[in-house]
Each structure stands twice: as structure tokens, then as C-alpha cells.
Ligand binder design. Structure first.
Ligand code: F6R
Length: 357
């Protein structure tokens, strides 16, 4: 039930802090430590390479998950779009583990890959929001998102839940190998939940940004470097699917290799600047587009901000920034769609789960 909310999407955006707390609870043992089923940890530890398979928003969560697993657990990870995997099949490592990420657990493109790799005799783990879903039943192992039903077609809370569960998987795997991670993930996810709350309480500001940048534009670019690049891809997808504004997420450094030709007077550019090690270079990329007339909306993180930034996010652990930087993008898309009289919860041409290949 959407209760007093005008749309499921807005309700689901607002649920994200609660979902974070729920996930931490669900993955904690009696001592308050994060744990994962030991069979899954064994599979992680036996794998010489992990292949993440997903579509759409879940693919974008997978890109972030790759960084978590490689940085914390030191296992190489490849991320593949499920519909392409069989056609551009990579040369597999000796002991691969397949990780399927799917909110619905019913996406046919992903299931096609699961059936194929099970036939080849490989192990599979599904990370899904739906217990008993096809991808969960057909895989060897399941990790649940605990996000509660996601009704709006545009995925929001499932995306942040996927990243949170992937961070727990990476963290607990690292601990099981005796690797030092250098953070207390329970505490960091608590900070994430609190920061999400602050952002969800700032809807007027997000609505103002949507009005200022997106009410009449026909296109929009999202740029970022490192983790911010991946969040930009998700921001662009959200905006496209519900507001029908043509949007593209781009790596800050890649723009000048062609795409910058599309920048015109007033073209909105939403730039994310949450990563200290690339802060100077992304700001250089913003200058390049401003010099061509773009209208920049810089979303940075406290401590990295300058006085030209449109919005400043609260500080969170720099590996976990995607969990909060996506929230303004979700809200901006929501308001852009509203301002343009679009059907937010049921955008044209889309279904909640895509059960055809
Ligand atoms: C975007 C969206 C889609 C899904 C994609 C995968 O908001 O909803 O891109 O993320 O179809 O769906 P699942 O995660 O159910 O496999």
C-alpha cells in the first residue's frame, strides 16, 4: 500500500534508510557481527574469479559490487550484462563463481545465463529481493535483499539494498580470509542510513534542482569518475525511464573522446564529485563542458565541495558513497517526471519484471 504517498516510487525512495537498517539486522549474528552462510563463504573463497551477471539497475549495482569485492576481498570480478553474456562469452577462469543480481529474480535474460552456466557445472549465487523466485530456486545459494516489495517500475530501494548486501558479502569474505578492511561496516552502514534520511528530508531542494535543470531540456548528461561514474549510469537510467529525457552517464575523462560534441548552450550536466582521488580531474571535466555552454549541477561530498556546487552530500565512507549519492538522482528524476506529467510508477513501454529474452 502506498498510504499517503502519491506514488510508490517516492515511498520506496523514502524506505531506503529503513531497508539499510533491516539489512544490517538480518545479516548480524547474536554478537552483532556481520555473517554470511558458510557455504557461500566457501564458494567465494574457492573461486578464482567472480562473474556478476545482471541487467539494468541491477547491473549498475554489480559494477559497484565489483569494486567492493576486489578492494575488500581481493578476488577478481567481471561484471556482465546478462543479455550479452552468451554472445560475448568471456574466456572463463578455472574456478568461476557466478553471482546473479536480480530484484525480481525473474529476469529472463539473467535466467538464460544461469541455466547455461549450471549446465556447464558451475556454482551460482543469486542476490534477490524475492525469496522463492526462479533465479533463487535455480541457483546453489541465495542472499536476500530484505527491501520489501518494490512496486514502482523504476528500481530504487532494491539498488541500494543490492549494494549494501554486496558490501556485506565482500566484507565478510575478506574477514574470513583474515584480510584487513579498515572499517567497521556495521557502523558505516548505520551512517549511510542516517545520511539517507537527511537526503530524503531534503525533497524541496531536489524538486528545485529538477525544475531548474530539467523542466524543458531534451537531454541531460551525468558525469563522474571512479564510483561516481557507475552512479551516473544509474542516474541516467532513472531519468530516462520515468521522465523520457534522453540521458547518458559518462566517465568524466571519456567525454572529450566524442560525446562532448553533444554539449550545447544550456545542456544540463549533472556531475558527481564524491571521490577525493579524482576530485580535481572531474572538476576539470566540468570546466570543459562549461566552456561549451553546459549548465552544470555539481553534487559533491562535504569536505570536497567548492562554492560552485549545487548540492553537498553528508560525509560517508568513500567506498560506500554510491549508496547515498544515488538518492538525489532518484529524487531529481522523480520530480522531473512529475513536472513533465509522466506516469511515474508505470512508465510507458516498461514492465516491472522482464520475462522475455
Ligand atoms: C530500472 C529497472 C530495470 C531492472 C532490470 C533488471 O529501474 O527497473 O532496469 O533493473 O530489468 O531487473 P531485475 O533486477 O528484477 O533482474
Amino acid at each position: 500500500e502506498k498510504g499517503t504517498y502519491p506514488h510508490y516510487m517516492l515511498k520506496e525512495i523514502d524506505e531506503q534508510p529503513l531497508v539499510m537498517r533491516k539489512i544490517v539486522q538480518q545479516y548480524q549474528n547474536e554478537q552483532g557481527e556481520l555473517t554470511i552462510d558458510s557455504a557461500i563463504l566457501d564458494a567465494m573463497n574457492e573461486a578464482d574469479r567472480i562473474y556478476i551477471i545482471a541487467a539494468g539497475t541491477s547491473y549498475h549495482a554489480g559494477l559497484v559490487g565489483k569494486q567492493f569485492i576486489e578492494k575488500m576481498a581481493h578476488i577478481p570480478v567481471e561484471v556482465h550484462v546478462s543479455s550479452e553474456f552468451s554472445y560475448n562469452m568471456p574466456l572463463l577462469s578455472k574456478n568461476p563463481l557466478f553471482v546473479f543480481i536480480s530484484q525480481s529474480g525473474e529476469t529472463a535474460d539473467s535466467r538464460g545465463v544461469l541455466v547455461h552456466v549450471k549446465d556447464l557445472g558451475y556454482k551460482a549465487l543469486t542476490i534477490t529481493n524475492v525469496p522463492g523466485s526462479t533465479l533463487s530456486r535455480e541457483a546453489d545459494y541465495t542472499l536476500l535483499l530484505h527491501a520489501g516489495p518494490e512496486i514502482a517500475v523504476a528500481s530504487t530501494k532494491a539498488y541500494t539494498a543490492q549494494m549494501a548486501v554486496l558490501s556485506i558479502l565482500a566484507y565478510v569474505t575478506a574477514q574470513s580470509k583474515g584480510l584487513m578492511v579498515g572499517m567497521d561496516l556495521v557502523k558505516e552502514l548505520g551512517i549511510i542510513a542516517n545520511s539517507m534520511e537527511v537526503l530524503c528530508d531534503d525533497k524541496e531542494e531536489m524538486e528545485a534542482i529538477a525544475r531548474e535543470y530539467l523542466s524543458t531540456t531534451r537531454n541531460c548528461f551525468f558525469i563522474g569518475r571512479a564510483l561516481d561514474f557507475y552512479v551516473g549510469l544509474e542516474g541516467a537510467l532513472k531519468l530516462k525511464e520515468i521522465s523520457y529525457i534522453q540521458a547518458e552517464g559518462f566517465a568524466g575523462g571519456e567525454l572529450k573522446h566524442g560525446t562532448i560534441a553533444l554539449i550545447e548552450d544550456g545542456t544540463p550536466i549533472i556531475a558527481l564529485a564524491t571521490q577525493e582521488h579524482v576530485n580535481l580531474s572531474i572538476r576539470g571535466n566540468v570546466k570543459e563542458v562549461v566552456a561549451r555552454g553546459a549548465n552544470p549541477c555539481i553534487i559533491s561530498m562535504k569536505g570536497l565541495e567548492t562554492n560552485e556546487d549545487r548540492y553537498v552530500l553528508p560525509v560517508v565512507n568513500d567506498m560506500l558513497t554510491p549508496l547515498i549519492s544515488v538518492i538525489p538522482l532518484q529524487l531529481i528524476s522523480y520530480y522531473a517526471a512529475l513536472h513533465r506529467d509522466c506516469d511515474v510508477d508505470k512508465p510507458r513501454n516498461l514492465a516491472k519484471s522482464v520475462t522475455v529474452e
